[in-house]
Design a protein around this ligand. Structure first.
Ligand code: 7PJ
Length: 285
């Protein structure tokens, strides 16, 4: 049976003996845009409260769109979007993650008490890894991405996608550990849809258990992604059932955290799964 697992973060030690749901709080302008900045922020905070009421264990706040084709957001704009919502979310009594790759945003978020840094670039920006290493206890999620959001879906190529993702994540985790970051602070994510075709993404799902050999808990983000749209023929707004099924499949293969838009249905699905399947859950070795 699996050894005890937890995710060490700034304020919380998150018990991963059962799967955890990370609710997505997307602060890009199209999300809560009804004009004034403070109106947008208060709508976002209301969304945070709703996700918690639906059973989210962690909130993930992001101000930079990393969708395929997205252009970078200037640092001042990302700070303006993220910090007010982060401050409010930090009063809600749950672990709060910040989805960013910019050292300036990582620094500001940690200064304000963020619990987790969730970085789609796996702390490869200059100084980013050092900021996390200098912090006494924040959690970090290191994600794999091939290329850059602007162009990553143009021509993703791998010899063996699972082996290459695993090698990258192993290297990034090793860099952090060498900087003194405790292993219990580090969670890994293969980065569904980040420089990957649907075939690559589903191969990562089929062979997900191979990533458990890296020795860190896995976080998976399938929610509403285009591979699910291609498989089902549905636009982003109609992918809830497909997203819940993907989250459940990921958990069945050992994922400990799922990053989702639709918290309530995911929580229901995991309750049913947990009632039946928990004793044989694959674990890190
Ligand atoms: C992910 C993420 C993911 C982690 C985004 C979207 C794109 N962070 N941030 N994993 N995706 N760790 O939600 O469609 O898959 S933004």
């Amino acid at each position: 049976m699996g050894r005890f697992m937890h995710w060490q973060t700034t304020r919380f030690q998150i018990d991963l003996a059962r799967p955890r749901v990370m609710g997505i709080v997307n602060l890009t302008p199209d999300s809560f845009s009804d004009g004034a900045a403070h109106a947008t922020a208060s709508a976002a905070v209301a969304h945070c409260e709703r996700l918690l009421a639906e059973g989210a264990d962690i909130l993930d706040i992001g101000g930079e769109s990393s969708r395929p084709g997205a252009e970078a957001v200037p640092v001042e704009e990302e700070l303006r979007r993220v910090l007010p919502v982060l401050d409010a979310a930090l009063t809600l009594g749950c672990p709060v993650s910040v989805d960013t790759a910019k050292p300036e945003v990582i620094r500001a978020a940690l200064d304000r008490g963020a619990d987790i840094v969730n970085d789609i670039r796996a702390l490869r920006a200059d100084g980013a890894a050092a900021l996390v290493a200098a912090h006494p206890g924040c959690g970090v999620c290191l994600m794999h991405m091939q290329g850059e959001p602007r162009s990553m879906q143009a021509e993703p190529r791998y010899r063996d996608v699972v082996a290459e993702v695993a090698a990258f994540l192993a290297e990034r985790a090793a860099v952090l550990r060498q900087l003194g970051v405790a292993p219990s602070r580090i969670v890994l994510d293969p980065g569904i849809g980040f420089g990957k075709t649907p075939q690559h993404n589903f191969e990562l799902l089929r062979r997900q258990e191979e990533l458990l050999a890296l020795g860190h808990p896995l976080l998976l983000g399938w929610s509403r992604k285009s591979s699910l749209g291609i498989l089902t023929g549905r636009p982003a707004g109609e992918r809830m059932v497909a997203s819940v099924a993907a989250a459940l499949a990921a958990v069945e293969r050992g994922a400990r955290v799922v990053r989702v838009h639709d918290v309530a249905p995911t929580v229901d699905a995991l309750k049913v799964w947990g009632a039946a399947a928990l004793p044989r859950w694959p674990t890190i070795r």
